[in-house]
Design a binder for this molecule. Structure first.
Ligand code: GLN
Length: 246
């Protein structure tokens, strides 16, 4: 049976920091290499997103200004997005997108209301948390590596599992040692880079959740990830040996 997944890319023209769009390319390629069709839908400002036939939803990172615009648009679709994630729909959210998953993003005097899909909230701190990052996570056999740049500090509710533990860098708040969130088929993370090209384990985790929901099982054929894993390993070892050059 030929398989096909619909990937919904939310607001690519606004939320596309540090190559976040590369996450979509990675998902599409990893599907294509396995003979699975990838149908990519870009939802731009002015479009009304529909999640009823989506298999993977991606939301990237952006500045506070861009987040404000996106937030307003997405709040109008809050119920539909909640129904999608409650049904096990896969959602990958990076940085600004990750912050929007929570109840609120407090920016000094102003508070942006979030989607409340995950029990977390974010407030803005100083200094910005910037630099390369590596975390250990159950979703990936390899450490997850990438880059972070955020003023927000994200605080997870008591029942929320982090995506992983910080091995190098800052993560959710620079203090707790936790990074990102993992709930049902939702992954939230501060990791840009983009995230997926160097972290094929995360890409396949998302794809597997989408295939299970759509077809009942993932049945994921392994790929030759030699180059991806070499890139991941070089970065991980560079960071862990503290020889990082910014
Ligand atoms: N505007 C948010 C912050 O600074 C997110 C930035 C980003 O997506 N890199 O915390």
């Amino acid at each position: 049976m030929s398989r096909s997944l619909a990937i919904c890319h939310l607001f690519p023209e606004l939320l596309n920091l540090y190559g976040d769009g590369g996450n979509i390319l990675t998902l599409a390629k990893r599907l294509e290499w396995r003979g699975i069709e990838a149908r990519i839908r870009e939802v731009r400002v002015g479009d009304v997103p529909s999640f009823s036939d989506a298999d993977i939803v991606f939301i990237g990172g952006g500045s506070d200004r861009e987040q404000r615009i996106v937030c307003e648009k997405l709040l109008a679709q809050k119920a539909e997005l909640k129904a999608y994630t409650e049904d096990g729909g896969a959602l990958l959210a990076v940085c600004g997108g990750y912050q929007l998953l929570g109840h609120s993003y407090v920016m000094g005097e102003e508070t942006l209301e979030g989607l409340s899909l995950v029990d977390l909230y974010t407030d803005r701190g100083s200094p910005r948390l910037i630099g390369n990052i590596a975390i250990e996570s159950d979703v990936s056999p390899q450490p997850i590596v990438g880059y972070e740049n955020h003023g927000g500090r994200t605080h997870l509710g008591p029942g929320v599992t982090p995506l992983g533990r910080v091995a190098f860098g800052h993560g959710n708040d620079g203090e707790s040692g936790s990074e990102g969130c993992l709930e049902k088929s939702i992954v939230g993370t501060y990791i840009h880079g983009p995230l997926l090209p160097k972290n094929p384990g995360v890409a396949d985790w998302v794809i597997a959740r989408a295939l299970e929901r759509r077809y009942g099982s993932a049945d994921l054929e392994p790929l030759d990830d030699e180059e991806e894993l070499a890139a991941n390993e070089v970065m991980y070892h560079r960071l862990m040996s503290h020889q990082e050059k910014d």
